[in-house]
Design a binder for this molecule. Structure first.
Ligand code: FAD
Length: 456
């Protein structure tokens, strides 16, 4: 059945990265359980195809989670959508095991995501950006459906948008690239999220110097890549700390990413939540893999031996601004020791300065006013990742991401993606089993829904 705007989907997923892809697998598997009825799901993704941080798919870059923390295994170890099922289907299971390495390359993980996506393509509309969500009231005055405006090429409407409706939405729009104040993106000033895509199109002839701003994993990976791929260039690392801090992935610290850690965090006091963040930040934020730090140091050491310094650390420093000067980029670098500002002329500046957390309220418009907040103005979110709303809202607004304050460190990571999306799928299935009064309540499976997917 074509969706002309009158159809009310059981659930619409906003964004189709790993989180909502995992949700699709969970809904699908739920449907193969006996009993229940089909869930009508649709997903909208603004990219032209599935793309997981494509700009950082550097050759040789590795995953920071075990291959077993895939889209499904922790939810259902027998899932047909697991990384192991993918390896088996591609004929690489034995070869993968022979590598004796828990951490696949990011390129291979991307290939796995595409393999899973191929089974759900018909439920996804690409090149489709959800620009707003608003409440619609039923006859009884309660909000029983949500109206989504989707900006999409090829729609009949003059403004290029179409309208779709859902009883539940799952916002999984990911992190937004963050540039330092005073620095704007341009032809030779990039954010790390676009790095490899732009580098491949960039004429590197005559590039004499490159600066990379940042102290996290992406900064370190880009430094190593640039050092290795531009052998004639001087490479500068501009970072606020003295050096890179190591990512703690030791077994006891890693428990903070276990599915059970979500309960520990969710039901703990504000004070202990803060303590968890303080103690365990270094498992993921602004930290670098041990091996990579050693790789960079080894390059510097060999340079010293060869009496040619090519990789320079401008530590305890901050990039304050960047402007075009004589065909190059002039970066103002402030020393945090003395406050003095020096200028560095480079041919390429890459800001590996991280991301802003997901903020769903921007697209929620008026609906955001009906969402409950805590004392610090943050969204209140239930254990099943459903935003707490005022009682007249009978629709579910679920979040995958943006719940660090309620569900802890793994909120925007892959670690708990299988279990989290399973919990959301269950919650949606349960709400679909309770038809809203006065609406007949039936989901409408069709060509753009997860037809055949059943809710218990
Ligand atoms: C370089 C890099 C490497 C990483 N590696 C790891 C790792 O090894 N392990 C780990 O646990 N975490 C890692 N992370 C963290 C990362 O957040 C997760 O890997 C993962 O991307 C989260 O998936 P997601 O679907 O929630 O978000 P995303 O992958 O960001 O996907 C969100 C999607 O929503 C789309 N979208 C956004 N707004 C809209 C809209 N309005 N309408 C329609 N579509 C929209 C986007 O185009 C995007 O495709 C990494 C992050 C980066 C940047």
């Amino acid at each position: 059945m074509r969706d002309d705007g009158s159809r009310i989907h059981d659930v619409i997923g906003i964004g189709f990265g790993p989180s909502n892809l995992a949700l699709a697998t969970a809904l699908d598997e739920l449907g193969s359980e006996p009993g229940g009825r089909a869930i009508d799901a649709a997903f909208f993704e603004k990219q032209p195809a599935l793309g997981w941080h494509r700009g950082m798919l550097l050759p040789g870059s590795k995953m920071q989670v075990s291959f077993l923390k895939d889209l499904a295994t922790f939810r259902n170890p027998a899932s047909p959508y697991s990384f192991v099922a993918y390896l088996h289907s591609e004929g690489r299971l034995a070869a993968f095991v022979n590598r004796k390495d828990f951490f696949p390359s990011r390129q291979e993980f991307h290939d796995y995501l595409e393999w899973v996506e191929a089974r759900f393509t018909k439920y996804v509309t690409y090149n489709a950006e959800v620009v707003s969500v608003s409440p619609e009231h039923g006859e009884d005055g309660e909000v029983d459906r949500l109206r989504l405006e989707v900006r999409q090429d090829g729609t009949d409407a003059s403004d290029g948008t179409r309208t779709v409706h859902a009883r539940n939405i799952v916002v999984s729009t990911g992190l937004a690239a963050w540039m330092p104040d005073g620095i704007e993106r341009g032809d030779t000033v990039w954010h790390s999220s676009e790095f490899i895509t732009r580098f491949r199109e960039f004429d590197t002839t005559g590039v004499r110097s490159v600066a990379v701003v940042g102290a996290g994993q992406s900064a370190a990976e880009i430094l190593r890549f640039v050092y290795d791929n531009l052998p004639d260039a001087e490479v500068y690392a501009i970072l606020s700390p003295l050096g890179f801090s190591v990512a703690d992935n030791t077994p006891l610290a890693n428990q903070v990413f276990d599915p059970s850690a979500v309960d520990d965090f969710f039901y703990s006091s504000e004070r202990s939540k803060e303590a968890v963040w303080r103690y365990h930040r270094n498992t993921n934020y602004s930290v670098v893999d041990d091996e990579l730090i050693h790789d960079l140091h080894e390059r510097m050491y060999q340079d010293e031996l060869n009496r040619r310094t090519r990789l320079t650390f401008l530590n305890l420093s901050r990039a304050r601004s960047a402007e075009a000067a004589g065909g190059r980029t002039r970066v103002a670098v402030e020393s945090l020791r003395s406050g003095a500002v020096d200028h560095l002329d480079v041919d390429l500046l890459v800001c590996a300065t991280g991301y802003e957390p997901m903020d769903p309220t921007r697209m929620l418009g008026d609906l955001a006013g009906l969402c409950r907040r805590d004392g610090e103005g943050r969204l209140r979110v239930d254990r099943d990742y459903r935003v707490v709303t005022s009682p007249e809202i009978r629709c579910g607004i679920y979040l995958q991401g943006g719940t660090e304050h309620t569900h802890g460190l793994s909120s925007s990571l892959l670690s708990n993606i299988a279990v989290r999306s399973g919990e959301i799928a269950n919650s949606i299935a349960q709400s679909c089993a309770r038809p809203p009064a006065g609406l007949g309540g039936g989901a409408m499976p069709g060509p753009n829904g997860l037809s055949g997917v059943k809710a218990v």
